[in-house]
Design a protein around this ligand. Sequence first.
Ligand code: F3S
Length: 650
Amino acid sequence: MGQTLTEKILDDHLVEGELTPGEEIGIEIDQVLTQDTTGTLVWLQFEALDLDEVQTELAAQYCDHQTYQFDFKNTDDHRFLRSAAGTFGAHFSRPGNGICHNVHKENFAAPGKTMLGSDSHTPTPGGLGELAIGAGGLDVAVAMGGGAYYIDMPEVVSVRLEGELPDWATAKDVILELLRRLSVKGGVGKVLEYTGPGVETLTVPERTTITNMGTELGATSSIFPTDEQTEDYLERLGREDEFVEIGPDEDAEYDDEIVVDLSDLEPLIAQPSMPDNVVPVTEVEGVDVEQVMIGSCTNGAYEDILPSAKMLEGRNIDKKTEMIVAPGSKQASEMLAREGWTAEMMAAGVNFSEATCGACIGIGHVPASDSVSLRTFNRNFEGRSGIEDDNVYLCSPEVATAAAIAGEIIDPRNLADELGDLDAPGLEMPDSYIGNSESDLIAPDDAVDDELIKGPNIGDVPLKDPLETEVGGEALLKMEDNITTDHIIPATQDILMYRSNVPKLSEFTLSRVDDTFAQRALDADGGVLVAGENYGQGSSREHAALCPMYLGIETVLAQSFARIHKANLFNFGIVPLTIDEETYEKIEQGDDIEVVDDAAEAVKSGQTEFTIRVNDDWEATGQLDASEREREILAAGGKLSHTKMQHDEG
Ligand code: F3S
């Protein structure tokens, strides 16, 4: 049986397991990407590995999420990231040089490679045939240290494209159509592989808009085969030598198939406040619009802004509507400026921002209260724009620009009829892309720094020792059911600003449950946590395991664990033991807990039942449900220690 493109790339990089959906596989990673909000911790974790340089073919550090440097902590973070990239051999993209996915696509994404990135829209380069996956910071640090990335083998779904996009329908409408049909959960556990005759009608920039927003479907990744369009794009970038022709075998079998006829598509729009709340634009025409934003990693490329500029040539935007363009990369900005399009848009009433994520995560250009903002971004979750009661719609640059001209939501086809002289701009590629300034995208060989520069808000990440024979301590805190990762480490801005300072952040551990906990844990030199059902539910926040580890927590006894948090406990070397209701009821805060078995031996040998002695008085049983690999990681003291151990062993 032939292979899908996804299977081919995974097969080429497979270090463990078999390509059976649902089975765990380990793959080798060629490239890694980090950004500023996740990158500091990634590099601190990498530093703890004690390696001289990154082990992947390529690593790139971008500063894109928080570029405005309104606080010394941001600027310190950026300087630290530059020094880490220089010290360990990664490319460094300065604040203002652009959004990680745009800059990566323009400079490094290459067919057939695997990439891991600490950002959820990492799959963007799938438009060039790279298999790219978003992951947690720890996984990225481990990959940079040469460790494999482990994942359950996803199902591979063929998204068969037929026909050709009509005027005014765009790549954004392709992905909005998929969101309309499949919902934000439709891609979970799947790689969406684009196939069929419609593929060759789409340019690479259109393909990357689609792969970027595969994340909104919950997909593990999205990928296109490579062809003349890919070769053409790489040629215009001056990177033609990186072209490789790859695609599925003719007799490849997919786990599922979805068919989209491009010729049936029309301008679509996602209404507040979910990316899958999609309707044709005609259904919401007439809604007043106070703000229009063009940009983000989805639609911030030169090819996305140019249609908007053409629509605005010689016109003015409506007086009650503000329009801001935040280019995805400085390269796009520079090209538009050199060709005179920036001036044309400014003359129409548009303002330009530096190339940044910014407004996409509520940093700058926050909409007025109870107003409508049309954005070409990928997410419109309530409050994400920076104001709780926002009304953010997601659409193509063409639909957004039509609204800026009309002052209200309007299908651009109807606006064209009204105006009489508005042509569909279509997609135009530049003859060649000008390069990034060497000062903005700094190659490892040109690095400015060769040692780490840590400001006062950057604290070291501790490496945990291998699991000891004796595990236990005082039951420092007994908690109820449904403790969330938000209870463990609150996600408020005043606390999360310490995300690069684990000692400081740890002071807030479980403060929402008991604000004396962190100090008591430090005084007692660690101990045990006791919880009811569903401990650690909520977000996948790694700090919710890292901070308890820093405070010396050795084991958590809970009636049940949320899946992702349990994986994080393994990753940070904390033993998650399941106890029954009777044991939970009987244990009191302050009790002395001792795991009787030789913990290190028991974990390694595959033992599932552990004897727990309480106050040297009575005994109960704790269950350890872990795979062989999770046991190895736990015994080593967590994932980082495990990676370091593998290096030390040679
Ligand atoms: Fe940045 Fe928004 Fe994309 S935060 S990486 S522009 S999803």
